[in-house]
Design a protein around this ligand. Sequence first.
Ligand code: SAM
Length: 339
Amino acid sequence: MFEALTPVSEMLARNLDTLSRQPLLVCGLLEDDLPGMLAGAGPAPRVFTTDFRYFQWLKHKNGADVEFGAQPRTETAAGLLLLMPKAKAEADYLLAACLPLLAPGAPIFIAGDNKGGVKAAPKLLAPYCKQVNKLDSARRASLYQADLASPVPAFTPADWISRYPLTEEQLQVCALPGVFSAAHLDSGSKLLLGTLTELEGRVLDFGCGAGVIGASLLKRHPGLELELIDINALALEASRLTLAENRLHAKVYASDGLAQVTGKFDHIVTNPPFHAGLKTFYHTTESLLTQAADYLLPGGSLILVANAFLPYPELIERSFGHCDTLAATGKFKIYRATR
Ligand SMILES: C[S@@+](CC[C@H](N)C(=O)[O-])C[C@H]1O[C@@H](n2cnc3c(N)ncnc32)[C@H](O)[C@@H]1O
């Protein structure tokens, strides 16, 4: 799945002499075996990822030094390579989380697809470095380098939490950079919450993001046995923060699709992912629609919101034998299928 090198890594392959002078801490948009390529040319890198799918792939691949979470472990590093993430705010967050681990003079590299925001590298590095150099540009990707000017204060995750109220639900939502709907409730999720009525029993919030759906359901039905899953460590952390801020309790854990989920549920509720990454296309939702029935108790239901143009009803009908449309706007539809 992550086997072929991305154009960004192909460009980095021309710079291995420079990159492999020191063991690097590598983070950001990792989509291939760049760590293996670095390890083949010099000291093995340490990889910090917020993507649970990538974490599992790399861990099983070659026993690489790889960690998954919302921040890296506090162990010094000789240099940093940041693969530009999709959201600039996430790049800011990752620099603030990783740079306290570097000593002054340590090299910082930022690489990425030219269309993926890498041109912001000089601006991103300005608070930390005196001069930023562009080392290379090829395969529609660029590599920037700078030296850390002075020690960076310890990372304080609390500084990165953004909050907004959900007035109707009397909830405070907490989000972190790059998390879906970090600044306001998504209109699809709003329609879903407005459509859901009585739920009870064991409920799964699939792809929980900042935890808006799960927290709202728990607020309405305090007796629910709720589980929230996501593939992204910042989303999981945001969900934990949202639950804690509203004094709600649920199980929050990393899962790639339904792979880490066990047992059966009364309801699976979701605003599922449908965006393609720069390289990776997510088949997550198609798999969910195909597998959900196996994760539901008899009489249990899958309820989701989706863009109206997506061909989900066919998939749902194929696996459940029917698909009800509970609500529809020009943009979104709410589907329900019962086992
Ligand atoms: C459209 S967002 C919905 C977020 C939140 N439930 C809301 O309504 O605001 C979809 C979420 O699915 C997560 N996701 C993407 N791929 C996933 C996968 N393979 N397994 C689990 N979650 C995934 C994303 O990280 C994102 O948080």
